[in-house]
Design a protein around this ligand. Structure first.
Ligand SMILES: Nc1nc2c(ncn2[C@@H]2O[C@H](COP(=O)(O)OP(=O)(O)OP(=O)(O)O)[C@@H](O)[C@H]2O)c(=O)[nH]1
Ligand SMILES: [Mg+2]
Length: 335
């Protein structure tokens, strides 16, 4: 390239967009549609296709548009792959001179704002810890098929706005404290059949580019990898005794030993699995006939409530409870 060429290249006011979203939702297809050329490989199955962050200039009147395609999040190879992808994406973004638009690509055929999508958006916010983050964000609804009837389209568009915008505004408040944000939404079919009229999508992209061209550049130096951690699993255990019978002579109780997984996601979010019974012990303890105190069933229940399952079991196993409740030795213990 001659020096003249490079000056010309620098003179061109380019518009840079990055596309982020879940795997298979249509980022690469949208990139190709915006650039008017086959710059990115598109998947033809359920497998994640894009494995590397890569940018490309467009063709013809889109030659001043640079689109960065990224690997899909929620990759089927697991969260560690996501972390690797995101770290590489951050490195790539940091190399860029400018970046105007952060396009979150969502699948129009997904009816709900799932926890996964919220998780993904929170993660993107963490990567861009810039105060005006939300100013740079727009949503593109991909797979908004061009043959959908106008009436149906209008209905679905308004249901998306009703469901997603309040949730996004809440997320914005949570992340940057912004309350007055306007998130543009665009509805696009990036892969129409040849004879389909896809004017609506083309117009949507023109509006998207007008929006992006009017934005200042993101300060890419502030983009960070932190906030992305490996997923951790912590095992939590508890004992849950239940008093089954107390007729004044014996007290019968059962202890369920339970376990659950506490998962700390790579975005810091905590989730729990259901408590699972891993072992049950059935115990019968006699109350001595000459005991001065004849504890009622409610005394055991009170004890259980006051000290909790673990201490209750210790007490019942002889750490002073015999004295408290006047109970002698075990007569039966089954597992
Ligand atoms: N009809 C139609 N099909 C689409 C559209 N967007 C994506 N697809 C199809 O959906 C599939 C996935 O599209 P991709 O563009 O590869 O999705 P991606 O988000 O880049 O996927 P990963 O790279 O795996 O993260 C492909 O079969 C596309 O042809 C769209 O707007 N309309
Ligand atoms: Mg892709």
């Amino acid at each position: 390239m001659s020096s003249e060429d490079s000056i010309q290249q620098e003179d061109v006011q380019e518009t840079k967009l990055i596309m982020i979203g879940n795997t298979g939702d249509g980022k690469s297809s949208l990139g190709n549609f915006i650039l008017k050329k086959n710059a990115f490989k598109v998947s033809d199955g359920a497998k994640s296709v894009t494995q590397k962050t890569k940018g490309c200039y467009g063709k013809g009147d889109r030659s001043d548009v640079f689109v960065i395609d990224t690997p899909g999040l929620q990759d089927s190879s697991g969260p560690n792959k996501d972390i690797q992808h995101m770290n590489e994406m951050v490195d790539y973004i940091k190399e860029q001179k400018g970046l105007q638009g952060i396009i979150i690509v969502l699948n129009f055929t997904n009816p709900r704002l799932s926890d996964n999508i919220k998780k993904m958006i929170r993660l993107i916010c963490k990567i861009f810890p810039i105060s005006d983050f939300w100013e740079h964000v727009s949503i593109v609804w991909a797979k908004c098929f061009c043959d959908i009837s106008p009436k149906k389209l209008e209905k679905q568009m308004s249901s998306k706005k009703d469901e997603f915008l309040p949730a996004l505004i809440k997320l914005a408040k949570e992340t940057t404290g912004d309350e007055l944000i306007k998130i543009p939404m665009f509805y696009v079919d990036s892969c129409p059949d040849e004879d389909d009229d896809n004017t609506r999508s083309e117009e949507e992209i023109e509006t998207l580019l007008t929006w992006a061209r009017g934005l200042p550049s993101v300060n890419v130096e502030r983009v960070v990898k932190n906030g992305i951690r490996s997923e951790k699993v912590i095992i939590e255990e508890k004992n849950e005794p239940r008093i089954i019978r107390n007729d004044g002579n014996i007290v019968e109780y059962q202890i369920d030993y339970m376990r659950r997984e506490k998962r700390i996601g790579y975005d810091g979010e905590i989730s729990y699995s259901e408590w699972e019974i891993i072992k049950t012990k059935h115990k019968i303890k006699p109350i001595p006939p000459n005991s001065v105190i004849k504890p009622r069933r409610s005394a055991f229940l009170d004890l259980l409530e006051n000290v909790g399952g673990a201490i209750f079991e210790l007490l019942m196993d002889g750490f002073g409870v015999n004295k408290i409740l006047g109970i002698s030795e075990d007569i039966s213990e089954e597992e």
